[in-house]
Design a protein around this ligand. Structure first.
Ligand SMILES: Cc1cc2nc3c(=O)[nH]c(=O)nc-3n(C[C@H](O)[C@H](O)[C@H](O)COP(=O)(O)OP(=O)(O)OC[C@H]3O[C@@H](n4cnc5c(N)ncnc54)[C@H](O)[C@@H]3O)c2cc1C
Length: 456
């Protein structure tokens, strides 16, 4: 192929999808192409079936992270409408604008299969007071919970609406971007295409590639943050007061020992803990379904500590990867430990986990997280579990399960301006791949924002 398009979008995650959708609506006259490394939605299948294939076999393109829908396709579909977390889009486009765009994304979701899902809100919640009384802070947000099933339906509907107007190229990872007269050229195996405007939205799975492109084009970047911790799994009833009212409580705790902030992240009421593969390293994550038939008896959420590095260390993700690799080395993948075993300084084993009252939703290797996580991080997590126990009694039970490690890699931040445009006019970097966003709603909103700039 050697073709010219008005706009090329690289990556069909939420950033790329909403950008393509909005452009199609605003400028039907433009020729738009989307290049995606992974498969179309209906061809995305992770081979882990819990029976023949129990653990990750390292497929060339991970179906969980790549393909139409991006990393969000099988996610819990929690769209947090807030500037308090999920990214720093507001720093580029202003708080009011960012909120409006996230609300607009919600409208699109509601008209494409998400109607009837609940919008939770922290405003007016009594829970805020209980948190403050126990040295915890509840962050403000409205949360639309689509659930993994409805999230999938929304993606199916968006694709159906776009596929006859936009050229989608699946299983086509872009290798290089270069500057040409009047725009850009993208190269991929067996060909290239040119465009006047190029929107790069490659997410977390494209982080290494984004780094390479930034180096090739001399676009400044910085990478100084990684979040490390564990995924907590406990009986759903323990957190039901919180999850029934808020669905997801984003709670922050400041540790007494080190004055570090530990926070809850990605809460999945009646959900399941899952493996996540980032560049071949197995970490842990979680999701849940809106459909009661697919729900479990447990709730899971991450407890994370942010590490910010300063000179001379420049690669925070490598630090996170090294720790995740250590857990992979000891456990062959994700390690699981009972909270009681962790506090007693002993590793968990199959027998103790089986005898416990919490039935694990992920097959992980029983082990000892204190051999993996740095003491300061582990101490912070233990402190926060006890603080949470005061607002949700039962959190610090011996049988509470901790899976490790959960790593939240932050893509390096690419230098973009208030239009999310690089120093090369017409070259935009959006979504998680830009380092500006870290969530479905922010990534999607950044896509809409750039589409509107291009459509002007
Ligand atoms: C298991 C899981 C659960 C999650 N749950 C939630 C949640 O409930 N709420 C929330 O807000 N966030 C959640 N997230 C995070 C959320 O999915 C991401 O923030 C969001 O998907 C980012 O969107 P994006 O478009 O920027 O990137 P991505 O979704 O990562 O999409 C990028 C796409 O670009 C493609 N790509 C990469 N490199 C190239 C290349 N060189 N050429 C062509 N294509 C390329 C990838 O294959 C991918 O499909 C979850 C993530 C995971 C993994």
């Amino acid at each position: 192929m050697d073709k010219h398009f008005d706009v090329i979008i690289i990556g069909a995650g939420p950033g790329g999808i909403y950008s393509a959708y909005e452009l199609m609506k605003l400028r039907p006259d433009l020729s738009i192409a989307v290049f995606e490394a992974g498969n179309p939605l209906d061809k995305r299948h992770c081979p882990i079936d819990g029976d023949k294939v129990k653990t990750c076999i390292g497929c060339p393109t991970c179906s969980i992270m790549s393909g139409f829908g991006g990393a969000g396709a099988f996610s819990d579909g929690k769209y947090n409408i807030t500037n308090d977390f999920g990214g720093t889009l507001y720093e580029h486009i202003g708080r009011a604008n960012a909120t409006k765009l996230m609300e607009y994304v919600d409208e699109i979701n509601m008209t494409h299969g998400g109607e009837g899902t609940r919008l939770y809100s922290t405003s007016g919640s009594d829970f805020k007071k209980r948190c403050i009384q126990n040295h915890l802070k509840l962050l403000d947000a409205s949360v639309r919970h689509l659930g993994t099933d409805k999230n999938y339906v929304v993606l199916e509907n968006l694709y159906r609406e776009m596929k006859d107007h936009i050229s989608f190229f699946f299983r086509t990872p872009v290798e290089h971007i270069s500057l040409v007269d009047g725009g850009f050229r993208v190269d991929f195996e067996g060909g290239s295409a040119t465009c006047a405007k190029c929107v790069v939205s490659v997410g977390r799975s494209g982080s290494k590639w984004m780094q390479q492109v930034s180096e090739e084009l001399n676009i400044p970047t910085k990478s100084d943050r990684v979040d490390l911790g564990v995924r907590v799994e406990l009986p759903a009833v323990v957190f039901e007061d919180i999850t029934k009212e808020l669905y997801e409580g984003k709670i922050v705790y400041r540790t007494q020992k080190f004055e570090d902030n530990v926070r809850t992240f990605c809460m999945n009421p009646r959900g399941a803990v899952v493996n996540e593969n980032t560049n071949g390293i197995i970490t842990v994550n979680g999701h849940s379904y809106e459909d009661p038939a697919l729900q479990t008896e447990n709730t899971n959420f991450a407890l994370l500590v942010s590490k910010h590095f300063s000179e001379p260390f420049k690669n925070s993700n490598e630090y996170g990867e090294s720790i995740a690799r250590l857990s992979n080395m000891l456990g062959g993948g994700v390690i699981v430990q009972r909270f009681g075993d962790l506090e007693r300084g002993r590793r968990s084993n199959e027998k103790r986990i089986e005898e416990g009252t919490v039935r694990p939703t992920l097959k992980a290797t029983p082990g000892d997280l204190s051999l993996v996580l740095p003491k300061r991080i582990l101490d912070g997590i233990i402190e926060m579990i006890h603080a949470l126990d005061r607002i949700a009694p039962g959190t610090a039970n011996d049988d509470t399960l901790l899976y490790g490690v959960e790593v939240k890699f932050y893509n390096m931040e690419v230098d973009v301006d208030e239009n999310l445009e690089t120093e090369y006019p017409g070259l935009y970097v959006i979504g998680d791949g830009s380092g500006v966003t870290h969530s479905l709603s922010h990534a999607s909103a950044s896509g809409i924002y750039v589409a509107r700039r291009i459509a002007m």
